[in-house]
Design a protein around this ligand. Structure first.
Ligand SMILES: O=C(O)c1ccc[n+]([C@@H]2O[C@H](COP(=O)([O-])O)[C@@H](O)[C@H]2O)c1
Ligand SMILES: Cc1cc2nc[nH]c2cc1C
Length: 350
């Protein structure tokens, strides 16, 4: 029985049209606020109100997990860093923690599939733990179909909690050494691409590690993809080539869209999750904006397929939701400009 797919109610089209009209009437040359105008109109449509409310409550969730492919030497760092970084998020000293503090956002880190016992971590870090590492996708499925379905449901529960806590804007972050490999595999198998079109240098791998990663990716895609290099069913894709944390991310994004709360996407991991989310729930992508461009080639493919253009292009490749968090002030500016700028007609006598 496939996981239920459903179409998503889109952001309000009439509010979007009203927002574009308001933007054209502001005290500025037509179109002169560039991307901020599109972001402002999108926010208005998501909220169903023009001008949009100021964005006061931004909530980030970091989903952590380990990946069997790390045993093949596909990352520049050892997998113990995943668990170590979970402690850093809890202590508020990770990169995204600093940015979130600066921008008044919350960060919740959750161990979905870390290969360590984090049960002594404070708070509810392990409340949604599903596995200790997902499988090496070049030789076996990452997780069972049953676990993929449970992870999607867990991700939805996590999104519900953030929305119920009052989130006006969500950020989805990731932490997992090796996770650019399953992310690239998900994007390739969603779009029918070959390994060499999606491979990137992740944490900064050298040429030898890149050759190993290319081999892992090619064997993973050959193992599960049909002649089109695709896997049609999104749940099967998450189980075969993803992981528990990536499936939870896809479930999170579907539920955010279902609840009508906009999401700022981060780098290649969130974009892989978004691509699958759009297959699980067609139209979900209308609730997403890309916070930043990652150097990972797979992200560019995912963004093009989703019809998204990143707000920032700073060469960031940290993950954690950091690139999305860096874009938060601009999203806030887009709302305030629409609220507080004068109308040209009120300044210029007829
Ligand atoms: O967000 C991105 O586009 C991104 C690009 C490269 C690396 N990362 C982060 O680095 C880790 C994955 O890189 P790797 O090389 O171990 O696959 C993981 O913790 C990600 O958060 C993230
Ligand atoms: C130190 C470190 C921090 C990270 N944060 C997200 N991915 C990461 C990868 C490494 C290696």
């Amino acid at each position: 029985m496939p996981t239920q797919t459903s179409t998503i109610t889109p952001p309000d089209e009439r509010t979007h049209a009203a927002a574009l009209e308001r933007l054209d009437g502001l005290a500025k040359p037509l179109g002169s606020l560039g991307r901020l105008e599109q972001v402002g109109a999108w926010l208005a449509a998501c909220q169903g109100v023009c001008p949009p409310d100021p964005i006061e409550r931004v909530r980030a969730v970091v989903l952590a997990g380990d990946h069997g492919v790390t045993d093949s030497g596909v990352s520049a760092y050892p997998k113990d860093v995943t668990a170590a970084m979970v402690h850093a998020f809890v202590a508020g000293v990770a990169g995204v923690s600093v940015l979130a503090r600066q921008h008044g956002a919350t960060v919740r880190v959750l161990d979905i599939g870390v290969d360590a016992d984090l049960s002594s971590a404070p708070g509810d870090v392990t409340a949604h733990k599903l596995t200790r590492s997902s499988g090496p996708i070049d030789v076996t499925d990452a997780i069972s179909r049953d676990l993929a379905e449970r992870a999607i449901a867990v991700g939805a529960e996590i999104a519900d909690a953030e929305v119920d806590a009052g989130a006006q804007l969500l950020v989805l972050g990731d932490m997992g050494i090796g996770n650019t490999t399953p992310s690239a595999a998900l994007i390739a198998s969603s779009l029918g691409l070959e390994a060499d079109a999606v491979i990137g240098r992740g944490t900064g791998i050298d040429d030898a590690a890149r050759a190993r990663k290319l081999d892992v990716l090619a064997r993973a895609l050959a193992r599960v993809c049909d002649e089109d290099r695709r896997v049609a069913d999104p749940v099967a894709r998450l189980a075969a080539l993803g992981s528990a944390d990536l499936a939870a991310g896809a479930g999170f994004l579907v539920q955010a869209a279902r609840r009508g709360v906009p999401v700022l996407l981060d780098g290649v991991i969130a974009c892989a999750e978004a691509l699958v989310a759009a297959d699980l729930a067609p139209g979900a992508q209308a609730w997403f904006v890309a916070g930043h461009r990652s150097p990972e080639p797979a992200q560019a493919h995912a963004l093009a397929a989703l019809g998204l253009e990143p707000i920032l292009d700073l060469g960031m490749r940290l993950g954690e939701g950091s690139g999305a968090m860096a874009a938060v002030p601009l999203v806030r500016s887009a709302a305030l400009l629409m609220r507080e700028m004068a109308l040209l007609a009120d300044l210029v006598a007829p």
